[in-house]
Write a protein that binds this ligand. Structure first.
Ligand SMILES: Cc1cc2nc3c(=O)[nH]c(=O)nc-3n(C[C@H](O)[C@H](O)[C@H](O)COP(=O)(O)OP(=O)(O)OC[C@H]3O[C@@H](n4cnc5c(N)ncnc54)[C@H](O)[C@@H]3O)c2cc1C
Length: 510
C-alpha cells in the first residue's frame, strides 16, 4: 500500500491503541506507521459527537497514493555583513529577526517591555494589587501581545502555508504541544507560551542574534527616504534595514512613525465588549451535557449582521479561560481574554464586537491620527468611569434592555466588576449593532443571553493601515518595513508571524 490518507470517525475519548486498531482494521494492515494530519470535533448531532480524523498511513506493502509534495521555507545562509534593526519582539518582529539571523544578517531586536519572566511577575502584581507596569503588561514585553493569551493558532489567510509551517515547526521545537500541527483549531495555552517564548529567544541568541529588553524605539533618523538610525533612550543604532513590528497598541510609536513620514490610512476594525459565561453552560449548549470525555471545553463562533450593515461577531474565544485587564497604558482600561492549555477554568469568554470604520464612530471623516486619538479617548473614558482597572460590566439582558445592573456576579476577571450602563458608554452605532447581534446569538446558542458583558474590547485589530509596497516596504522609504498587526495587514499570532517572515524573506531576496 505504501502511503494512504484515510478518514476516521473516533469516539471523543479514544486512545491511541484503539485508533491504531481501527486503522489496521480499515486497511487490513498489521504493520504500519501513522500520523494525524487533521483533527476536528464534529458536534453537529448532540447524540453522536465524535472526532473526525484525517490520517496518513505508511506501510511496506506496494501501491497506494503519492504524498502531496510540499516545499518548506528555504532560508539561504551566507555571511552578509549587513545589519537589520527590528523593533518589537511579538510574533512579527521575532520571526523576522530569527529568519534574518539564520540567513546571515546581523540583527538587533529592540523590545520596550521586559523579558518573559519579569513580565509574568509584573502581570501577577497588576492582577493582585492593580499596579500597572509599563514594561510588563498584556501588550508589551517579550513575545508581544500573544504571550499571555490563549495562544489560538488559527489563521484565515490561505497564502502563508510555508510561513505557517516554519512557525509551527519552530513552536513545536520550542516546546509547544505537537498537536498544533494537525488540530483544526490549535491552541498552545498561556502556560506553555511562556516556555515557548523563552526557548525561541535562546535559539535566536544561539544563532548570534542580539535581544535588548526594556529598550524603547523613540525615534528614527531619516535622510532622503532612508532610515539611518534607530534612536532609543540612550543610543542611536545604525543599520542597513529597519523593521518596525510594534503591534497595534503602541500609540506613541504610531505617532512617531507618522511624524517621520510613514503614511497610513484608516480601515475597518471592531469594538465592543467581552462576553463571559459559565463554561458548563456553553458545554451544555454545544454538546447537550456538561462534560465530554476527551474534549477540554466547548467553543463557539457566532456571527450576525445588524441592519445588513454592521457585522457583529464573537472574537478570540477562550474556553475555560479568564477575562484579563489588558490596559496598555496606565490611563486606559480595556479587557481581553486568555486561557491555559488545559482550558479547565470555570468560565468561558469571547469578544463580542461590531465591525465598523473609524469615520462611522467619530461621525465624520477622520485622519489616521484622529482615529487613534478617538480610540485612546474611548479607552480612557472606561478608565475614568472605573477610577482604575475594575471592569465596567452589565448582563447581556441589561445591555439589550438598557437596564442598570444591580447584583455583581461571579467572574474570572481579577480586578473586580463595576456596574455600568455599557450601552451608553459605547458609541450609539456600536450599541445598536451589538443589541441586534446579542439577540441573534441568544437565539442561536442556548443560554448565551445568561452571560455578562465586560468593557472595553478595543484591540481586535488596528483601525489604521500603513501604505506599503508589494515587498512590504513603507511607501516612500527604501529600507523601512512595517510588519505584523501594527502595519494593519495582519491580525493574530500566526498571520503576524507570517507577515514578519515574508518581510524577512523579501530582504533576503533583495
Ligand atoms: C490578551 C490577548 C490575547 C490574545 N489571544 C490571541 C490568540 O489566542 N490567538 C491569536 O492569534 N491572537 C491573539 N491575540 C492577538 C495577538 O497577540 C496579536 O495579533 C499578535 O501578537 C500581533 O503580533 P505582532 O508581532 O504584530 O505585535 P505584538 O504581539 O503586539 O508585539 C509588538 C511588540 O512590540 C513592542 N513595541 C511596541 N512599540 C515599541 C517601541 N517603540 N520600541 C520597542 N518595542 C516596541 C511591544 O512591547 C510588543 O512586544 C491576543 C492578544 C491579547 C492582548
Amino acid at each position: 500500500m505504501g502511503f494512504k490518507i484515510i478518514e476516521i470517525k473516533a469516539p471523543t475519548g479514544y486512545s491511541d491503541t484503539e485508533l491504531k486498531h481501527q486503522i489496521g482494521k480499515q486497511l487490513h494492515l498489521t504493520e504500519f506507521t501513522w500520523q494525524i494530519e487533521n483533527k476536528s470535533l464534529d458536534a453537529r448531532k448532540k447524540n453522536n459527537i465524535h472526532w473526525l480524523l484525517r490520517i496518513a498511513v505508511h506501510s511496506k506493502s506496494p501501491g497506494g497514493q503519492e504524498p502531496e509534495p510540499f516545499t518548506p521555507l528555504d532560508i539561504p545562509y551566507k555571511p552578509r555583513n549587513k545589519r537589520v534593526i527590528i523593533t518589537g519582539s511579538g510574533p512579527a518582529g521575532f520571526f523576522a529577526a530569527i529568519v534574518l539571523q539564520k540567513a546571515g544578517f546581523d540583527t538587533i531586536l529592540l523590545e520596550r517591555g521586559a523579558d518573559v519572566a519579569k513580565r509574568a511577575q509584573g502581570i501577577r502584581g497588576f492582577e493582585k494589587i492593580g499596579t500597572f507596569s509599563p514594561v510588563a503588561n498584556y501588550a508589551f514585553g517579550e513575545g508581544g501581545a500573544g504571550t499571555f493569551s490563549d495562544g489560538k493558532l488559527t489563521s484565515r489567510s490561505k497564502h502563508i502555508s510555508r510561513e505557517r509551517d516554519f512557525f509551527i515547526s519552530s513552536y513545536i521545537d520550542a516546546g509547544a504541544p505537537a498537536e498544533i500541527r494537525y488540530m483544526a483549531y490549535p491552541h498552545v495555552g498561556s502556560d506553555n507560551l511562556r516556555v515557548v517564548v523563552k526557548n525561541l529567544r535562546d535559539t535566536y541568541l544561539q544563532h548570534g542574534g542580539e535581544f535588548r529588553f526594556e529598550t524603547m524605539l523613540n525615534d528614527l533618523a531619516t535622510e532622503k527616504g532612508r532610515v539611518t538610525e534607530a534612536i532609543t533612550g540612550n543610543e542611536s543604532i545604525t543599520g542597513d534595514y529597519f523593521i518596525i513590528a510594534p503591534g497595534h497598541s503602541a500609540y506613541e510609536t504610531y505617532r512617531m512613525l507618522m511624524a517621520r513620514g510613514v503614511q497610513f490610512r484608516t480601515k475597518n476594525f471592531a469594538i465592543g465588549c467581552r462576553a463571559e459565561h459559565r463554561q458548563e453552560e456553553i458545554n451544555r449548549a454545544q454538546w447537550g451535557i456538561g462534560k465530554l470525555d476527551g474534549v477540554k471545553a466547548a467553543e463557539y463562533r457566532l456571527t450576525s449582521e445588524a441592519d445588513g450593515k454592521h457585522p457583529v461577531y464573537s472574537f478570540c474565544m477562550c474556553p475555560g479561560g479568564m477575562v484579563v485587564p489588558a490596559a496598555t497604558y496606565a490611563h486606559l482600561n480595556i479587557v481581553n481574554g486568555m486561557s491555559n492549555y488545559r482550558r479547565n477554568g470555570l468560565f468561558a469568554n469571547a469578544g463580542c464586537v461590531a465591525g465598523i470604520h473609524p469615520d462611522q464612530l467619530a461621525g465624520l471623516s477622520v485622519t489616521p491620527l484622529e482615529a487613534l486619538q478617538w480610540l485612546e479617548d474611548l479607552e480612557h473614558s472606561f478608565y475614568e468611569f472605573s477610577g482604575g482597572y475594575s471592569a465596567p460590566f452589565c448582563t447581556i439582558s441589561d445591555f439589550i434592555h438598557g437596564k442598570e445592573p444591580r447584583d455583581i456576579p461571579e467572574t474570572s476577571y481579577p480586578l473586580g466588576l463595576k456596574p455600568a450602563p455599557l450601552w451608553n458608554m459605547l458609541p450609539t452605532v456600536v450599541t445598536h449593532a451589538l443589541r441586534e447581534g446579542l439577540k441573534d446569538f441568544d437565539r442561536r446558542l442556548r443560554g448565551y443571553g445568561n452571560g455578562i458583558l465586560l468593557g472595553l474590547e478595543s484591540k481586535t485589530s488596528s483601525p489604521i493601515q500603513a501604505l506599503r509596497e508589494k515587498n512590504g516596504l513603507c511607501t516612500g522609504f527604501e529600507n523601512l518595513f512595517l510588519a505584523g498587526e501594527g502595519s494593519g495587514y495582519a491580525g493574530g499570532i500566526v498571520s503576524s508571524a507570517a507577515d514578519g517572515i515574508k518581510i524577512a524573506m523579501n530582504i533576503i531576496e533583495q
